[in-house]
Design a protein around this ligand. Structure first.
Ligand code: AHR
Length: 525
């Protein structure tokens, strides 16, 4: 399976070397509709919400007394928008914030909760949004929960007590404290991150040191069903803090030393200018020069190489593929919007970001056998956000709409797609003009997605569908005239999906005329 994936991606790249195809040419491809491959976990459309800037406060939490419509303090507009794209899982409370977080600060009567400095991102942490509020939010959007514990400035004992507070069904003091605080039943805890960026803000650890620390924490995690822990109520999967970018050494050392004690390992990969985080402020989200279109799409494309490098290591240590790879932070990271607090990482979001999201989904689909969760950074008001808020107003970003288009790929089964894309040049290298993926949805329909990152040219694609002979192709397109088309809270939308009329079916042939800089998702039935 891994080989097939490499071939698929390689075919796009190799063809590009020879490629001179342009709008007038038709590029032939195939979709192996009778060769179902890996299932695309719905969790790759996951979200990340950190106590950072206006990510939680304003973005999600306004408090029960706010004039902004809310349910128990949580914004109704944000909940409705996230429910509409069926967010599968949400990660909280960080990020770097997780390692300065004391869960006890965020329980009990709100008026009595301590106010702490948020030393990573600036501002004051009121702790108004804590454990109960997070699980309420997850329940309101109908998502699974992914909690990152404090591994750097707390102890395994602190983690263990939080886990018991959340999950215990017993008559123990922690469970009774939760009940006294208003929640009789245990909360639904699905995933727990042990460590966040342990190589950086999580303690600047070496992989050897981290692997040892991870083993210590995992021992007291008391996962139900794990050795010696048959009687605990904590059934969450354990996620080890994984590498940054292409650091395969971290991956190898941690897997070899602690692999048996984890269910998944994380990876963080951000799309930044020149692939260099220290240059992140050299690229703006809006009004960028045309050459920065390709630069960012190229950096996003590098995700494919990064995944392949880690999968090689993982396949050697874990050939049965028991351990999942969770890309639990990804997305674009630009200079903060002028006039905003730099530490709050507030950036606008354009058609280019939608292309990044769609290109990244196509990559994830090709790696579905190992990549079983991904969490875009972040859900609201931070980095490549799904939603932006300003007072009572909220905007759905182009990234949000890319997620909306790709929703049918949740839990769909990959159908191998082969198509040769021309290559485009960027500063650091080349990347395919368009990427594509196909899958059979849980509703039985075939879904085909094409992300055309070529800002100057459209393409005509002709796919052989094998034995499949669908009656029709219908779908939606996300595009705009301007490269930086974006939506602003309180103003009419500049960009939103529209019905797409550029696809036809004749027998087992699917023709798509995809315009420049656009995302198209089709349903064949
Ligand atoms: O998403 C913003 C920050 O990026 C997170 O807190 C951290 O984990 C990463 O460096």
């Amino acid at each position: 399976m891994r080989k097939k994936v490499s071939l698929l991606i390689a075919s796009m790249v190799l063809a590009a070397c020879a490629g001179s195809a342009r709008a007038q040419d038709t590029i032939a491809g195939t979709i192996a509709t009778d060769q179902p491959a890996a299932v695309i976990s719905r969790n790759i459309q996951g979200q990340f919400a950190e106590h950072l800037g206006r990510g939680i406060y304003d973005g999600i939490w306004v408090g029960p007394d706010s004039p902004i419509p809310n349910t128990r303090g949580i914004r109704k507009d944000v909940v409705a928008a996230l429910r509409a794209v069926q967010v599968p899982v949400v990660r909280w409370p960080g990020g770097c914030f997780a390692d300065i977080y004391n869960w006890r600060d965020g329980i009990g009567p709100r008026a009595g909760r301590p106010v702490r400095k948020n030393d990573w991102w600036g501002g004051m942490e009121t702790n108004a949004f804590g454990t109960h509020e997070f699980f309420d939010f997850a329940e309101q959007i109908d998502a699974q929960t992914y909690v990152a514990i404090n591994m750097a400035t707390a102890t395994p004992g602190v983690m263990r007590e939080w886990m018991d507070y959340i999950t215990s069904r017993g008559d123990d003091t922690l469970a009774n404290e939760r009940r006294a605080n208003g929640h009789a039943a245990p909360f639904q805890l699905n995933f727990v991150g042990i460590g966040n960026e342990a190589w950086g803000c999580g303690g600047a650890q070496t992989p050897e040191y981290f692997a040892n620390e991870y083993r210590r924490f995992a021992t007291f995690f008391h996962k139900n069903g794990a050795t010696f822990h048959m009687h605990n109520d904590n059934t969450a999967l354990r996620v080890a803090s994984g590498p940054n970018n292409d650091d395969t050494h971290w991956m190898e050392v941690v897997l070899k030393n602690a692999g048996p004690m984890m269910d998944a390992i994380s990876l963080h990969y951000y799309t930044v200018f020149h692939g260099d985080w220290t240059q992140r402020n050299s690229a703006a989200a809006l009004n960028f020069p045309p050459e920065q279109w390709n630069e960012i799409l190229y950096q996003a494309w590098r995700m494919d190489d990064v995944l392949r490098a880690h999968e090689t290591v993982m396949d050697a240590v874990d050939p049965a593929r028991r351990i999942g790879l969770f890309v639990d932070e990804w997305g674009t990271w630009y200079a903060p919007e002028p006039g905003t607090e730099p530490g709050h990482l507030y950036q606008q979001n354009t058609l280019r970001d939608a292309l990044v999201a769609a290109e990244t989904f196509n990559i994830f689909h090709a790696h579905a056998a190992r990549v079983r969760m991904a969490n875009i950074a972040q859900a609201v008001n931070v980095l490549q956000a799904m939603l932006l808020t300003d007072g009572a107003n909220m905007a759905r970003t182009p990234t949000y709409y890319a997620f909306a288009l790709y929703r049918p790929f949740q839990d769909a089964t990959v159908l191998p797609i082969h198509v040769n894309a021309p290559q485009l040049a960027a500063d650091g290298g080349h990347f395919p003009a368009f990427t594509a993926s196909a899958a059979r949805g849980t509703d039985g329909k075939i879904y085909v997605a094409v992300a055309n990152a070529d800002k100057d040219h459209g393409y005509r694609l002709a796919f052989d569908l094998g034995h499949a002979r669908p009656a029709r192709a219908t779908g939606q397109i996300l595009t705009a005239e301007k490269m930086d088309a974006h939506n602003t809270p309180g103003l009419p939308e500049q960009i939103a999906p529209r019905a797409f009329h550029g696809a036809t079916i004749a027998g087992n042939r699917l023709d798509i005329a995809i315009p420049a800089k656009s995302v198209v998702v089709l349903s064949l039935d």
